[in-house]
Structures are given as structure tokens and as C-alpha cells.
Design a binder for this molecule. Structure first.
Ligand code: SAH
Length: 224
């Protein structure tokens, strides 16, 4: 998989890709992530990427021309499955969506800033809009990092134990069961006896029952 992230603040998004699982995925050659500074495509000697909103009002708007030029340049080298704009009013990111996107080859993540992008970018250049939740961030960089993380960890080989992504919450419309590690007793707080029993089939049964119970309690909507 290849992901291009278009941003006017590249520093904001570099670190999530330079550590831990996302970095290892790149080192293993399972994904390449390219962060593109939109300023390279900025207009005039100040490399401007934003301007005042037509009709007035507070807040700058990201101009269409630098974004169009940037995407056109990227498209000379690749055919993209999706050009995704991160937006609070986009489709809510879900595990199902992450699963689907993890099967794609080439993605662009476009990070908005200020008041967002000129509406014509949304109408003509992007193929999909994704929100990471019903709240407003100051820029799309953190949202892009969240989306990329949710997708990349699903690519086979990225997690060392592949089954661990499959047993995560939401994967089968169930919340993950509780997990424990040593010591088995801490300040009189006990790990459930069954987990220490060594009886694998009973343990799996218990875990499933816990998942169902948790889902009923915490995310009943998933069971429907
Ligand atoms: N004026 C816009 C918000 C702009 S916030 C509105 O009211 O809808 C600036 C940028 O941050 C957006 O362009 C978007 O790229 C990003 N952003 C903010 N909240 C987000 C969210 N919940 N999910 C994804 N991206 C978000």
C-alpha cells in the first residue's frame, strides 16, 4: 500500500509514522507513506495556500489551485483508489471502513486547515470524505494519522501476531474481552480463575461470553 498525505503542516504528522508499528510497517516494506508539503505548490513568492472567504466572515480557506496542482502531480505517478478529504462532516470512520480501505493500493489523505478547503475541491477532486468523530479539530493531520493507523495495522504482516487484529474490538461486531497479565494477584485483586486454568476451550468460551456481555452493556447497537 502507498499513502500520500497532503498537508500544509507536515511536521504535525511526521511523528506518528516514525515510531512503533507504523514505522515497522514501512521498514518491512508493507506500506510507504509520503508526506507532501502543500506549500511546494503554493501560489506566488510566499507559496500561499489559503485566502479569505468570498462573502466575508472569519477564517481562511484553503485554495483549490495548489491542491489541484499537487494531486495532478501525484497522479502522474500513480492511479489512486481513493482521494480522501478529512472532514468533520464526512462519513464516520468505523472498523468496517478501515477493513475496506486496508485492501486498497494507493490512497491520498488530504488534510484541511483553517475553515477547510474551497468547496470545489470537495466537489471535483476528492472521492471520499471521512470524519474521525463529531467534534472539530484544528487540522486534518491528526485525523489522517488516525485513519492511516487504523488502516495500516490491518495489512497482513504489519502486526507480528496476525490474529491479534482479528480479535480486536469491532472486528466481529463485538467488544474485546478483558485482558490480564502478571501478577495474578495484586493488592488482593484477583485475575479471573478461569484464565489461570490452562483449559483453552473453557477460556475461549469465557472470553466470548465476556465479549457479548460487554457489547450489550457498552455498545448494544453493534449487536443489531
Ligand atoms: N469549518 C469546518 C471545520 C474546519 S476544521 C467545519 O465547521 O466543518 C479544519 C480542518 O480540520 C478540516 O478542514 C478537516 O480537514 C480537519 N478536521 C476537523 N475536525 C475533523 C474531524 N472530526 N474529522 C476529520 N477531520 C477533521
Amino acid at each position: 500500500m502507498h499513502i500520500d498525505v497532503i498537508t500544509c503542516l507536515p511536521k504535525l504528522i511526521e511523528s506518528p509514522f516514525s515510531d512503533s508499528i507504523l514505522m515497522r510497517a514501512q521498514k518491512k516494506g508493507l506500506v510507504t507513506v509520503n508526506i507532501i508539503d502543500l506549500r511546494q505548490y503554493g501560489i506566488g513568492k510566499h507559496h500561499t495556500t489559503d485566502d479569505y472567504a468570498f462573502g466575508g466572515g472569519a477564517g481562511m480557506v484553503m485554495m483549490i489551485e495548489p491542491i489541484d496542482n499537487c494531486i495532478r502531480e501525484l497522479r502522474r505517478h500513480r492511479t489512486y483508489d481513493e482521494i480522501i478529504y478529512t472532514s468533520p462532516d464526512g462519513d464516520l470512520l468505523t472498523q468496517r471502513m478501515a477493513n475496506e480501505l486496508s485492501l486498497r493500493q494507493n490512497l491520498i489523505l488530504l488534510c484541511g486547515h483553517y475553515k477547510g478547503v474551497d468547496e470545489r475541491v470537495r466537489e471535483h477532486l476528492v472521492t471520499r470524505e471521512i470524519s474521525i468523530g463529531d467534534y472539530v479539530l484544528s487540522g486534518g493531520e491528526l485525523a489522517s494519522a488516525v485513519i492511516a493507523d487504523a488502516i495500516i495495522r490491518l495489512i497482513p504482516g504489519v502486526l507480528s501476531d496476525e490474529t491479534s487484529a482479528l480479535s480486536d474490538s469491532f472486528q466481529d461486531n463485538l467488544i474485546a474481552p478483558p485482558v490480564y497479565t502478571r501478577p495474578s494477584t495484586y493488592k488482593n485483586w484477583q485475575v479471573p480463575e478461569i484464565l489461570l486454568s490452562g483449559n483453552q476451550s473453557k477460556i475461549e468460551e469465557w472470553r466470548h461470553a465476556q465479549s457479548v456481555e460487554r457489547t450489550k452493556k457498552r455498545r448494544p447497537g453493534l449487536l443489531q
